[in-house]
Ligand binder design. Structure first.
Ligand SMILES: Cc1cc2nc3c(=O)[nH]c(=O)nc-3n(C[C@H](O)[C@H](O)[C@H](O)COP(=O)(O)OP(=O)(O)OC[C@H]3O[C@@H](n4cnc5c(N)ncnc54)[C@H](O)[C@@H]3O)c2cc1C
Ligand code: SF4
Length: 414
Protein backbone atom coordinates (compact mmCIF):
# COMPACT_ATOMS: atom_id res chain seq x y z
CA UNK A 1 0.00 0.00 0.00
CA UNK A 2 1.28 3.50 -0.79
CA UNK A 3 2.31 5.63 2.20
CA UNK A 4 -0.20 7.99 3.78
CA UNK A 5 0.07 11.50 2.39
CA UNK A 6 2.37 13.75 4.47
CA UNK A 7 0.60 16.57 6.30
CA UNK A 8 1.19 20.25 5.50
CA UNK A 9 3.11 20.46 8.79
CA UNK A 10 5.38 17.55 7.71
CA UNK A 11 6.15 19.36 4.46
CA UNK A 12 7.05 22.61 6.24
CA UNK A 13 9.47 20.76 8.55
CA UNK A 14 10.95 18.77 5.61
CA UNK A 15 11.61 22.05 3.81
CA UNK A 16 13.24 23.55 6.91
CA UNK A 17 15.57 20.68 7.93
CA UNK A 18 16.08 18.09 5.16
CA UNK A 19 19.79 17.60 4.43
CA UNK A 20 20.97 19.77 7.31
CA UNK A 21 23.50 18.38 9.82
CA UNK A 22 23.18 18.14 13.60
CA UNK A 23 26.18 16.61 15.44
CA UNK A 24 27.51 14.85 12.31
CA UNK A 25 24.07 13.41 11.60
CA UNK A 26 22.17 14.31 8.43
CA UNK A 27 18.50 15.04 9.15
CA UNK A 28 15.63 13.93 6.96
CA UNK A 29 11.87 13.73 7.40
CA UNK A 30 10.58 10.25 6.47
CA UNK A 31 7.20 8.53 6.17
CA UNK A 32 5.84 6.50 9.10
CA UNK A 33 4.85 2.93 8.28
CA UNK A 34 1.23 2.49 9.36
CA UNK A 35 -1.46 -0.20 9.53
CA UNK A 36 -3.85 2.49 8.25
CA UNK A 37 -5.44 2.32 4.81
CA UNK A 38 -4.09 4.81 2.28
CA UNK A 39 -6.69 3.41 -0.13
CA UNK A 40 -9.79 1.27 0.21
CA UNK A 41 -8.53 -2.14 1.24
CA UNK A 42 -9.90 -5.36 2.68
CA UNK A 43 -13.46 -4.02 2.92
CA UNK A 44 -12.33 -1.04 4.98
CA UNK A 45 -12.22 2.63 3.86
CA UNK A 46 -9.37 5.05 3.21
CA UNK A 47 -8.28 7.15 6.23
CA UNK A 48 -10.32 10.38 6.41
CA UNK A 49 -7.63 12.26 8.34
CA UNK A 50 -9.62 13.64 11.28
CA UNK A 51 -6.83 12.91 13.78
CA UNK A 52 -9.01 11.07 16.29
CA UNK A 53 -7.15 7.73 16.17
CA UNK A 54 -6.64 7.26 19.93
CA UNK A 55 -8.52 5.64 21.55
CA UNK A 56 -10.12 4.25 18.40
CA UNK A 57 -10.64 4.71 14.70
CA UNK A 58 -14.38 4.91 14.15
CA UNK A 59 -14.17 4.34 10.37
CA UNK A 60 -11.96 1.23 10.74
CA UNK A 61 -9.45 2.65 8.24
CA UNK A 62 -6.91 1.75 10.89
CA UNK A 63 -6.36 -1.98 11.36
CA UNK A 64 -7.01 -3.42 14.79
CA UNK A 65 -7.12 -6.96 16.09
CA UNK A 66 -10.94 -7.07 15.80
CA UNK A 67 -10.50 -7.48 12.03
CA UNK A 68 -9.01 -10.93 12.43
CA UNK A 69 -10.95 -11.78 15.58
CA UNK A 70 -14.19 -11.41 13.64
CA UNK A 71 -12.84 -13.67 10.88
CA UNK A 72 -11.73 -16.29 13.39
CA UNK A 73 -15.19 -16.25 14.97
CA UNK A 74 -16.82 -16.71 11.57
CA UNK A 75 -14.63 -19.82 11.23
CA UNK A 76 -15.84 -21.16 14.57
CA UNK A 77 -13.56 -19.63 17.22
CA UNK A 78 -15.35 -19.01 20.51
CA UNK A 79 -14.79 -15.70 22.31
CA UNK A 80 -15.48 -15.65 26.06
CA UNK A 81 -15.85 -12.06 27.14
CA UNK A 82 -15.54 -10.82 30.73
CA UNK A 83 -13.19 -13.68 31.42
CA UNK A 84 -10.00 -13.26 33.44
CA UNK A 85 -7.38 -15.99 33.29
CA UNK A 86 -6.11 -16.58 36.79
CA UNK A 87 -3.56 -19.38 36.36
CA UNK A 88 -2.35 -22.32 34.30
CA UNK A 89 -2.41 -25.87 35.60
CA UNK A 90 0.76 -27.84 34.89
CA UNK A 91 1.70 -31.46 34.50
CA UNK A 92 5.41 -31.21 35.26
CA UNK A 93 6.02 -34.91 34.55
CA UNK A 94 4.85 -34.43 30.95
CA UNK A 95 6.27 -30.95 30.55
CA UNK A 96 2.83 -29.57 29.64
CA UNK A 97 0.16 -27.07 30.52
CA UNK A 98 -3.00 -29.10 31.02
CA UNK A 99 -5.72 -26.59 31.89
CA UNK A 100 -6.38 -22.85 31.97
CA UNK A 101 -8.26 -21.53 35.01
CA UNK A 102 -10.34 -18.41 34.65
CA UNK A 103 -13.25 -16.54 36.19
CA UNK A 104 -16.19 -14.73 34.59
CA UNK A 105 -17.41 -11.43 36.02
CA UNK A 106 -20.06 -8.81 35.70
CA UNK A 107 -20.32 -5.35 37.18
CA UNK A 108 -23.01 -2.87 38.10
CA UNK A 109 -21.96 0.61 39.18
CA UNK A 110 -19.09 0.07 41.58
CA UNK A 111 -20.00 -3.55 42.28
CA UNK A 112 -17.86 -6.17 40.64
CA UNK A 113 -19.05 -9.75 40.92
CA UNK A 114 -16.71 -12.60 39.95
CA UNK A 115 -18.18 -16.01 39.07
CA UNK A 116 -16.20 -19.23 39.01
CA UNK A 117 -16.04 -20.95 35.60
CA UNK A 118 -14.94 -24.50 34.80
CA UNK A 119 -11.30 -24.60 33.60
CA UNK A 120 -10.62 -25.26 29.92
CA UNK A 121 -8.13 -27.72 28.52
CA UNK A 122 -6.38 -27.58 25.17
CA UNK A 123 -3.63 -29.22 23.19
CA UNK A 124 -1.87 -25.86 22.78
CA UNK A 125 -2.11 -22.83 25.08
CA UNK A 126 -1.14 -19.34 23.83
CA UNK A 127 -0.86 -16.39 26.20
CA UNK A 128 -1.46 -13.02 24.52
CA UNK A 129 -2.22 -10.77 27.51
CA UNK A 130 0.58 -8.19 26.91
CA UNK A 131 3.60 -7.24 28.97
CA UNK A 132 2.08 -7.00 32.44
CA UNK A 133 -0.43 -9.85 32.47
CA UNK A 134 1.61 -12.40 30.45
CA UNK A 135 4.23 -12.57 33.22
CA UNK A 136 1.55 -12.28 35.95
CA UNK A 137 -0.29 -15.36 34.69
CA UNK A 138 3.03 -17.25 34.60
CA UNK A 139 4.07 -16.04 38.06
CA UNK A 140 0.70 -16.95 39.59
CA UNK A 141 1.04 -20.41 38.01
CA UNK A 142 4.72 -20.88 38.92
CA UNK A 143 5.17 -21.69 35.23
CA UNK A 144 7.86 -21.18 32.56
CA UNK A 145 10.27 -19.65 35.04
CA UNK A 146 13.25 -22.00 35.25
CA UNK A 147 15.38 -19.02 34.18
CA UNK A 148 14.05 -16.86 37.03
CA UNK A 149 13.51 -14.03 34.52
CA UNK A 150 9.70 -13.99 34.18
CA UNK A 151 8.60 -10.39 34.81
CA UNK A 152 12.15 -8.99 34.52
CA UNK A 153 13.60 -6.50 31.97
CA UNK A 154 10.46 -4.36 31.70
CA UNK A 155 10.91 -1.64 29.07
CA UNK A 156 8.89 1.16 27.47
CA UNK A 157 9.86 3.87 25.03
CA UNK A 158 10.16 6.86 27.38
CA UNK A 159 8.90 10.00 25.68
CA UNK A 160 10.32 13.49 25.79
CA UNK A 161 7.90 15.94 24.26
CA UNK A 162 8.34 19.63 23.43
CA UNK A 163 5.74 22.05 22.13
CA UNK A 164 5.89 25.42 20.47
CA UNK A 165 3.70 28.04 18.87
CA UNK A 166 5.00 28.88 15.40
CA UNK A 167 4.74 32.45 14.06
CA UNK A 168 3.37 31.02 10.79
CA UNK A 169 0.28 28.83 10.32
CA UNK A 170 1.18 25.11 10.18
CA UNK A 171 -2.39 23.75 10.09
CA UNK A 172 -2.18 20.70 12.38
CA UNK A 173 -5.24 18.49 13.06
CA UNK A 174 -5.20 16.82 9.63
CA UNK A 175 -4.19 13.20 9.04
CA UNK A 176 -3.67 10.48 11.61
CA UNK A 177 -1.70 11.62 14.63
CA UNK A 178 1.64 11.13 12.92
CA UNK A 179 2.46 10.81 9.24
CA UNK A 180 6.18 11.63 9.35
CA UNK A 181 9.15 11.08 11.63
CA UNK A 182 12.73 12.27 11.96
CA UNK A 183 14.59 8.97 12.33
CA UNK A 184 18.20 10.18 11.99
CA UNK A 185 19.03 9.17 15.58
CA UNK A 186 17.65 5.64 15.37
CA UNK A 187 21.13 4.19 15.08
CA UNK A 188 24.75 5.25 15.17
CA UNK A 189 28.03 5.12 17.04
CA UNK A 190 26.43 7.30 19.78
CA UNK A 191 24.43 4.27 20.99
CA UNK A 192 27.53 3.22 22.94
CA UNK A 193 26.85 6.26 25.11
CA UNK A 194 23.15 7.09 25.00
CA UNK A 195 19.90 5.66 23.72
CA UNK A 196 18.61 5.87 20.17
CA UNK A 197 15.43 7.82 19.57
CA UNK A 198 12.93 8.62 16.87
CA UNK A 199 11.05 11.89 16.67
CA UNK A 200 7.41 12.00 15.64
CA UNK A 201 6.00 15.15 14.09
CA UNK A 202 2.56 15.27 15.71
CA UNK A 203 -0.48 16.18 13.66
CA UNK A 204 -2.65 16.69 16.75
CA UNK A 205 -1.39 20.09 17.87
CA UNK A 206 -0.93 20.37 21.62
CA UNK A 207 -3.51 17.68 22.42
CA UNK A 208 -1.22 15.29 24.25
CA UNK A 209 1.20 16.10 26.98
CA UNK A 210 2.29 14.42 30.19
CA UNK A 211 1.89 17.72 32.03
CA UNK A 212 -1.90 17.69 31.28
CA UNK A 213 -1.83 21.41 30.82
CA UNK A 214 -2.69 21.61 27.15
CA UNK A 215 -5.94 22.73 25.55
CA UNK A 216 -7.55 19.33 25.92
CA UNK A 217 -5.89 18.81 29.31
CA UNK A 218 -7.36 19.46 32.73
CA UNK A 219 -5.34 22.20 34.41
CA UNK A 220 -6.11 25.91 34.17
CA UNK A 221 -2.90 27.97 34.43
CA UNK A 222 -2.61 30.53 37.22
CA UNK A 223 -3.68 34.10 36.42
CA UNK A 224 -0.86 36.15 34.96
CA UNK A 225 0.25 33.58 32.40
CA UNK A 226 0.19 34.78 28.76
CA UNK A 227 -2.89 34.06 26.70
CA UNK A 228 -0.72 31.86 24.47
CA UNK A 229 0.40 29.76 27.43
CA UNK A 230 -0.64 26.09 27.35
CA UNK A 231 -3.90 25.52 29.18
CA UNK A 232 -7.55 24.77 28.75
CA UNK A 233 -10.16 26.98 27.07
CA UNK A 234 -11.30 27.93 30.57
CA UNK A 235 -7.97 29.78 30.93
CA UNK A 236 -8.87 31.98 27.97
CA UNK A 237 -12.39 32.64 29.27
CA UNK A 238 -11.84 32.97 32.99
CA UNK A 239 -8.35 34.50 33.14
CA UNK A 240 -8.42 36.51 29.92
CA UNK A 241 -12.08 37.31 29.37
CA UNK A 242 -12.28 35.89 25.83
CA UNK A 243 -15.88 35.07 24.80
CA UNK A 244 -17.92 34.75 21.57
CA UNK A 245 -16.22 35.92 18.37
CA UNK A 246 -13.03 36.93 20.23
CA UNK A 247 -12.71 33.44 21.72
CA UNK A 248 -13.32 31.78 18.35
CA UNK A 249 -10.68 33.95 16.68
CA UNK A 250 -8.17 33.32 19.46
CA UNK A 251 -8.68 29.55 19.24
CA UNK A 252 -8.49 29.60 15.46
CA UNK A 253 -5.24 31.57 15.52
CA UNK A 254 -3.71 29.43 18.29
CA UNK A 255 -4.79 25.97 17.09
CA UNK A 256 -3.44 26.51 13.58
CA UNK A 257 0.07 27.35 14.87
CA UNK A 258 0.54 24.58 17.47
CA UNK A 259 3.41 22.15 16.98
CA UNK A 260 4.47 19.17 19.09
CA UNK A 261 7.61 17.09 18.65
CA UNK A 262 7.44 13.76 20.41
CA UNK A 263 10.62 11.72 20.74
CA UNK A 264 10.53 8.14 22.00
CA UNK A 265 13.83 6.72 23.17
CA UNK A 266 15.43 3.35 23.54
CA UNK A 267 15.74 1.98 27.03
CA UNK A 268 18.17 -0.79 27.94
CA UNK A 269 16.78 -4.04 29.39
CA UNK A 270 17.58 -3.75 33.11
CA UNK A 271 16.69 -6.75 35.26
CA UNK A 272 15.54 -4.65 38.23
CA UNK A 273 12.86 -2.94 36.10
CA UNK A 274 10.27 -5.64 36.52
CA UNK A 275 6.77 -6.90 37.24
CA UNK A 276 6.36 -9.01 40.39
CA UNK A 277 3.40 -10.39 42.32
CA UNK A 278 2.14 -8.02 44.98
CA UNK A 279 0.73 -9.32 48.27
CA UNK A 280 -2.53 -7.45 47.51
CA UNK A 281 -5.46 -9.11 45.81
CA UNK A 282 -7.68 -7.38 43.24
CA UNK A 283 -11.49 -7.56 43.09
CA UNK A 284 -11.28 -10.88 41.25
CA UNK A 285 -9.24 -12.32 44.13
CA UNK A 286 -5.99 -12.64 42.18
CA UNK A 287 -2.65 -11.06 42.99
CA UNK A 288 -2.08 -7.59 41.63
CA UNK A 289 1.07 -6.78 39.68
CA UNK A 290 3.69 -4.70 41.42
CA UNK A 291 5.72 -2.61 38.98
CA UNK A 292 9.34 -1.70 39.74
CA UNK A 293 10.43 0.85 37.17
CA UNK A 294 13.02 3.59 37.29
CA UNK A 295 14.32 5.95 34.62
CA UNK A 296 15.77 8.77 36.66
CA UNK A 297 19.57 8.77 36.78
CA UNK A 298 19.76 6.12 34.03
CA UNK A 299 22.64 7.71 32.06
CA UNK A 300 21.55 5.98 28.83
CA UNK A 301 18.11 7.61 28.93
CA UNK A 302 19.32 10.93 30.38
CA UNK A 303 21.89 11.24 27.54
CA UNK A 304 19.22 10.47 24.97
CA UNK A 305 16.85 13.06 26.46
CA UNK A 306 19.62 15.72 26.27
CA UNK A 307 20.16 14.94 22.58
CA UNK A 308 16.38 15.00 21.99
CA UNK A 309 16.15 18.50 23.45
CA UNK A 310 18.96 19.58 21.09
CA UNK A 311 17.08 18.21 18.07
CA UNK A 312 13.76 19.77 19.14
CA UNK A 313 15.45 23.17 19.49
CA UNK A 314 17.17 22.70 16.12
CA UNK A 315 13.78 22.12 14.44
CA UNK A 316 12.19 25.06 16.25
CA UNK A 317 15.18 27.26 15.27
CA UNK A 318 14.75 26.15 11.65
CA UNK A 319 11.10 27.25 11.78
CA UNK A 320 12.22 30.57 13.33
CA UNK A 321 10.11 30.07 16.47
CA UNK A 322 11.13 32.58 19.20
CA UNK A 323 12.41 31.16 22.51
CA UNK A 324 9.43 32.45 24.54
CA UNK A 325 7.04 30.40 22.38
CA UNK A 326 8.71 27.04 23.17
CA UNK A 327 7.95 24.80 26.15
CA UNK A 328 9.87 21.81 27.56
CA UNK A 329 13.00 22.58 25.56
CA UNK A 330 15.55 22.61 28.39
CA UNK A 331 17.43 19.52 29.58
CA UNK A 332 15.91 18.03 32.76
CA UNK A 333 17.91 17.35 35.92
CA UNK A 334 19.11 13.70 35.70
CA UNK A 335 17.10 12.75 38.80
CA UNK A 336 13.91 14.61 37.78
CA UNK A 337 13.22 13.72 34.18
CA UNK A 338 9.93 14.98 32.76
CA UNK A 339 8.79 12.10 30.62
CA UNK A 340 5.73 10.30 29.35
CA UNK A 341 5.17 6.62 28.73
CA UNK A 342 4.45 5.21 25.27
CA UNK A 343 2.29 2.33 26.51
CA UNK A 344 4.72 -0.04 24.77
CA UNK A 345 5.13 -2.68 27.47
CA UNK A 346 8.11 -4.83 26.50
CA UNK A 347 10.54 -7.41 27.76
CA UNK A 348 8.90 -9.32 30.63
CA UNK A 349 8.92 -12.82 29.07
CA UNK A 350 12.01 -12.38 26.92
CA UNK A 351 13.00 -14.44 23.90
CA UNK A 352 16.39 -16.13 23.73
CA UNK A 353 18.37 -19.22 22.86
CA UNK A 354 19.43 -20.02 26.39
CA UNK A 355 17.10 -21.70 28.87
CA UNK A 356 19.04 -20.05 31.67
CA UNK A 357 18.30 -16.40 30.80
CA UNK A 358 15.17 -16.32 28.68
CA UNK A 359 11.55 -17.49 28.82
CA UNK A 360 10.65 -18.34 25.20
CA UNK A 361 12.38 -19.59 22.05
CA UNK A 362 12.54 -17.75 18.71
CA UNK A 363 9.11 -19.25 17.97
CA UNK A 364 7.65 -17.79 21.19
CA UNK A 365 7.46 -21.27 22.69
CA UNK A 366 8.15 -21.71 26.39
CA UNK A 367 11.54 -23.33 27.09
CA UNK A 368 9.92 -25.18 29.98
CA UNK A 369 6.50 -26.37 28.71
CA UNK A 370 6.30 -27.74 25.19
CA UNK A 371 2.63 -26.82 24.52
CA UNK A 372 2.80 -23.25 25.91
CA UNK A 373 3.37 -20.15 23.73
CA UNK A 374 3.62 -16.50 24.78
CA UNK A 375 3.08 -13.81 22.13
CA UNK A 376 3.25 -10.02 22.22
CA UNK A 377 5.90 -7.44 23.05
CA UNK A 378 6.65 -9.19 26.35
CA UNK A 379 8.97 -11.44 24.30
CA UNK A 380 11.14 -8.55 23.05
CA UNK A 381 14.71 -8.87 24.41
CA UNK A 382 15.43 -5.23 23.49
CA UNK A 383 13.16 -2.34 22.60
CA UNK A 384 15.02 -0.13 20.07
CA UNK A 385 12.80 2.82 19.02
CA UNK A 386 10.07 1.50 16.72
CA UNK A 387 6.48 1.22 17.94
CA UNK A 388 6.04 -2.47 18.66
CA UNK A 389 2.82 -3.67 17.05
CA UNK A 390 4.05 -4.52 13.54
CA UNK A 391 6.77 -6.67 15.12
CA UNK A 392 4.19 -8.24 17.45
CA UNK A 393 2.07 -9.13 14.40
CA UNK A 394 5.06 -10.53 12.50
CA UNK A 395 6.06 -12.69 15.46
CA UNK A 396 2.46 -13.88 15.89
CA UNK A 397 2.42 -15.00 12.25
CA UNK A 398 5.74 -16.83 12.72
CA UNK A 399 4.43 -18.48 15.90
CA UNK A 400 1.21 -19.55 14.16
CA UNK A 401 3.18 -21.11 11.28
CA UNK A 402 5.40 -22.92 13.78
CA UNK A 403 2.39 -24.28 15.69
CA UNK A 404 0.81 -25.57 12.45
CA UNK A 405 4.07 -27.35 11.52
CA UNK A 406 4.53 -28.82 15.00
CA UNK A 407 0.95 -30.07 15.07
CA UNK A 408 1.53 -31.86 11.80
CA UNK A 409 4.52 -33.57 13.40
CA UNK A 410 2.39 -34.55 16.41
CA UNK A 411 4.63 -32.58 18.83
CA UNK A 412 1.71 -31.64 21.06
CA UNK A 413 0.21 -35.11 21.41
CA UNK A 414 0.43 -36.32 24.98
C1 LIG B 1 -2.02 5.09 24.07
C2 LIG B 1 -1.30 4.02 23.29
C3 LIG B 1 -0.92 4.28 21.98
C4 LIG B 1 -0.25 3.30 21.25
N1 LIG B 1 0.12 3.58 19.97
C5 LIG B 1 0.79 2.66 19.27
C6 LIG B 1 1.21 2.93 17.95
O1 LIG B 1 0.97 4.01 17.40
N2 LIG B 1 1.88 1.97 17.26
C7 LIG B 1 2.17 0.77 17.83
O2 LIG B 1 2.80 -0.08 17.17
N3 LIG B 1 1.77 0.47 19.09
C8 LIG B 1 1.11 1.38 19.81
N4 LIG B 1 0.72 1.09 21.11
C9 LIG B 1 1.02 -0.24 21.64
C10 LIG B 1 -0.06 -1.22 21.20
O3 LIG B 1 -1.31 -0.82 21.73
C11 LIG B 1 0.30 -2.62 21.72
O4 LIG B 1 1.59 -2.98 21.25
C12 LIG B 1 -0.70 -3.65 21.22
O5 LIG B 1 -2.02 -3.34 21.61
C13 LIG B 1 -0.33 -5.00 21.83
O6 LIG B 1 -1.23 -5.95 21.35
P1 LIG B 1 -1.50 -7.26 22.20
O7 LIG B 1 -2.63 -7.95 21.53
O8 LIG B 1 -0.21 -7.99 22.41
O9 LIG B 1 -1.92 -6.74 23.64
P2 LIG B 1 -3.24 -5.92 24.06
O10 LIG B 1 -3.74 -5.10 22.93
O11 LIG B 1 -2.89 -5.22 25.35
O12 LIG B 1 -4.29 -7.06 24.33
C14 LIG B 1 -4.15 -7.91 25.46
C15 LIG B 1 -5.54 -8.40 25.81
O13 LIG B 1 -5.41 -9.36 26.87
C16 LIG B 1 -6.45 -9.13 27.80
N5 LIG B 1 -6.02 -9.66 29.11
C17 LIG B 1 -5.07 -9.16 29.94
N6 LIG B 1 -4.96 -9.93 31.03
C18 LIG B 1 -5.84 -10.95 30.89
C19 LIG B 1 -6.19 -12.07 31.71
N7 LIG B 1 -5.58 -12.32 32.88
N8 LIG B 1 -7.18 -12.89 31.27
C20 LIG B 1 -7.81 -12.66 30.07
N9 LIG B 1 -7.51 -11.61 29.25
C21 LIG B 1 -6.53 -10.78 29.68
C22 LIG B 1 -6.65 -7.62 27.80
O14 LIG B 1 -7.94 -7.29 28.27
C23 LIG B 1 -6.47 -7.30 26.31
O15 LIG B 1 -7.68 -7.39 25.61
C24 LIG B 1 0.05 2.05 21.85
C25 LIG B 1 -0.34 1.80 23.17
C26 LIG B 1 -1.00 2.78 23.89
C27 LIG B 1 -1.40 2.47 25.32
S1 SF4 C 1 -7.37 9.86 11.09
FE1 SF4 C 1 -7.18 8.15 12.52
S2 SF4 C 1 -9.27 7.86 13.29
FE2 SF4 C 1 -9.45 9.10 11.42
S3 SF4 C 1 -9.78 7.57 9.76
FE3 SF4 C 1 -7.58 7.99 9.87
S4 SF4 C 1 -6.81 6.34 11.21
FE4 SF4 C 1 -9.03 6.45 11.55
Amino acid sequence: MAPLAPSYLDLQISRAINGRILDDTRLRVTTVPHAINSREYDGRPICDGRTSCVPLCSTRARYDAMVHLERAMRLGAVLRTQAVVTRLELDESRNRVTRVHYIRWNSKGDTFTPHPAPPVSAQVVILAANGIENPMILLRSKAANKSGTVGCYLMDHPIKQSVALAPQKLFPFRGPQTTSNIEAFRDGEFRKRYGAFKTSIKNDGWSTNPASLWPRGVAVPAKGQRDDFPGTIVHLVENWGYVGKGLREKLEDHATRQITLNSACEQLPIKENCVTESANLDLAGITRPQIHYRLNKDPYVVGSFNQIVKLHNFVFDSLKIPAQDRYFVSPDAPDALIYGGSGHIMGTTRMGNSVSDSVVTRDCRSHDHRNLFVVGSSVFPTGATANPTSTIAALALRTAAHIVEERKKGSFNS
